[in-house]
Design a protein around this ligand. Structure first.
Ligand code: F6P
Length: 255
């Protein structure tokens, strides 16, 4: 039974990798919408994949969200983390402090016994303020580190959920609805075709700055995120998708 089951997950991984054109897909069993323990498994798998790819001294960029918070929970010390630096991928995006990138990357670093930097930039900045903040030496140091990151780890959210979780104005919410935004990551909102319909004005890693030599690990699960994962993954740079059976089956069934 176990072997058959494992084969089932492998098959899902293979199919999803083909369907989304992602080089590597990891599917953990269960649906994190139904069982919280599955989110822990997503976290465990994320740490494992990070460990497979990291070398001592590397810079690791980490985004926010509850899924990445569970990866931070699963982090343990290992020689692989020697001299690594954990850096938040973005400044604040109006989320609760427990799930902000700053909190998660520093928590991961502390558990890994590595070092970290913080990015102290508030959200919803005017373009002028954002530009002048980016001239600050402390901010510039973190931005330079982000550019040198060899690993980028991030989650994906449903557009509506994310707009609700953040301090999003009513006018932006209705614009996102009009534009049929389905997914969000890094402050970018995309529609079903993966087209960017809105971009939050924050400081941090930008997609167009990602290089092919960087490993991008995307982690998102739960059948409710199927559409969001599908939309986001088709056109975004990602080396590894870590998801769960609930999301994987829902993505493939609706394809
Ligand atoms: O807000 C940070 C963030 O990484 C978003 O970009 C993403 O949509 C979201 O968190 C995912 O959050 P969760 O793992 O809680 O669904």
């Amino acid at each position: 039974h176990t072997v058959k089951y494992a084969f089932g997950l492998e098959e899902l991984e293979r199919k999803l990798s083909g369907y989304l054109s992602v080089p590597k897909v990891i599917v953990v069993s269960g649906d994190s919408d139904e069982l919280p323990v599955v989110k822990k498994e997503l976290g465990r798998a994320t740490v494992q994949q990070m460990k497979n790819r990291v070398s001592p001294g590397d810079v690791i960029a980490v985004a926010g969200g509850t899924t990445l918070a569970s990866a931070a929970d699963m982090m343990v010390p290992d020689a692989k983390w020697n001299n690594t630096i954990f850096v938040p991928a973005r400044g604040g995006l109006g989320e609760k402090v427990e799930i902000q990138a700053n909190t998660i990357s520093s928590a991961m670093a502390m558990k890994a016994q590595a070092s970290y930097r913080l990015l102290h930039v508030p959200d919803q900045l005017s373009e002028d303020t954002r530009r002048s903040l980016m001239q600050e030496p402390g901010v510039q140091e973190v931005l330079a580190l982000l550019k040198s990151a060899s690993l980028v780890v991030h989650g994906i959210g449903e557009a509506k959920t994310m707009a609700g979780r953040r301090t999003t104005s009513a006018s932006l919410r209705s614009r996102l609805e009009e534009e049929s935004a389905v997914a969000e990551s890094f402050g970018y909102y995309v529609n079903q075709d993966g087209k960017v319909v809105h971009r939050e004005n924050t400081v941090g890693l930008q997609w167009d700055e990602l290089r092919p030599d960087q490993t991008v690990i995307t982690v998102a699960g739960g059948s409710s995120k199927a559409k969001a994962i599908d939309a986001y993954m088709r056109y975004r740079p990602s080396s590894i998708l870590i998801t769960d059976e609930g999301a994987a089956k829902a993505i493939l069934n609706q394809s």
